[in-house]
Design a protein around this ligand. Structure first.
Ligand SMILES: [Zn+2]
Length: 287
């Protein structure tokens, strides 16, 4: 099984996670810029974080045989803090960089006027930079929030195939499918969507434009949820090519629209299990 996790926050994960992911078949991923838990108080904290996503985390993933890409944005939660909103002015600099394959995560948290403003501005940035957009849907008032999200997407004028609407469930999948946007599902250990419900949705709605991610971050989460969903798909009678479409071809098609995906073999790809054992930066360098 080859896996491309289209939404995972590796900054919050350990090298054990990278090893387990490689072992399970993960060869590429996208790490969206998000809220780090501790509220940021100024633009410098964002630029350091963005630089880490573009540089350090990409390097760290490569040590484990995994191609790392990222999305860049002001997340909806911190869009409500006037100390953070000047980040919007520096985004164009980052959206021009290699390894940045979409604008995101954008969207709504509490659906405030400040979130409206940041969301609409960042959809325009996606259009200007010809990049896809990764759109987060609110965890409260899910259906109303998703409908409002789709209205903003439509008003922006972006092509629906350039948009992935994420964190969907049984209630919200239908309206997103109708919109023509990509449908993202985050699989969690004990909240929101799980593997069995995901397989049921795939049976009902098919595999087109579906993206399955582990969304693993600093909360209780599991970076192997993509693999576990693939396994349950096979057990439920889906073919290996169905699994490959959902876990590899779909994310490649969606983020490939950026023109910036790098999926060729890593140097020492085959030997990476041995190579990273001796890596001086990640191993010896830490002592
Ligand atoms: Zn996320």
């Amino acid at each position: 099984m080859r896996i491309f996790d289209p939404h995972i926050h590796m900054t919050s994960r350990t090298t054990d996670d990278y090893e387990a992911m490689f072992e399970a078949g993960v060869r590429a991923l996208v790490e969206p810029a998000f809220w780090l838990g501790q509220p940021r108080t100024g633009v410098g904290s964002f630029t350091d974080y963005f630089d880490a996503l573009i540089g350090w985390e990409r390097f760290r993933a490569a040590q484990f045989g995994i191609r790392h890409h990222c999305t860049i944005a002001l997340n909806p939660k911190e869009a409500n803090d006037p100390r953070c909103t000047p980040v919007l002015d520096i985004l164009p600099r980052y959206l021009a960089k290699d390894g940045v394959v979409a604008v995101g995560e954008v969207g709504y948290d509490s659906m405030t006027p400040a979130e409206d403003e940041a969301f609409a501005r960042q959809m325009q940035l996606a259009i200007e930079h010809e990049l896809p957009a990764l759109v987060h849907t609110p965890h409260r008032d899910k259906l109303a929030g998703t409908r409002r999200t789709l209205d903003v997407v439509k008003e922006s004028g972006i092509a629906p195939e350039f948009v992935a609407v994420d964190h969907l469930n049984e209630m919200t999948v239908g309206v997103v499918k109708e919109s023509g946007c990509w449908m993202g599902f985050s699989i969690y250990p004990d909240t929101k969507m799980d593997e069995a419900r995901m397989v049921a949705i795939l049976k009902e709605y098919g595999t087109d434009k579906v993206l399955v991610n582990s969304a693993a971050d600093w909360g209780r989460s599991d970076p192997l949820k993509t693999y576990r969903t693939g396994t349950q798909m096979l057990e439920a009678g889906f073919s290996e090519s169905d699994v490959d479409k959902v876990l590899w071809q779909n994310p490649v098609e969606f983020y490939g629209q950026s023109g910036r995906l790098v999926l060729d073999e890593l140097p020492g790809f085959e030997a990476s299990a041995e190579t990273f054992q001796g890596n001086s930066v990640l191993r010896g360098g830490r002592q």
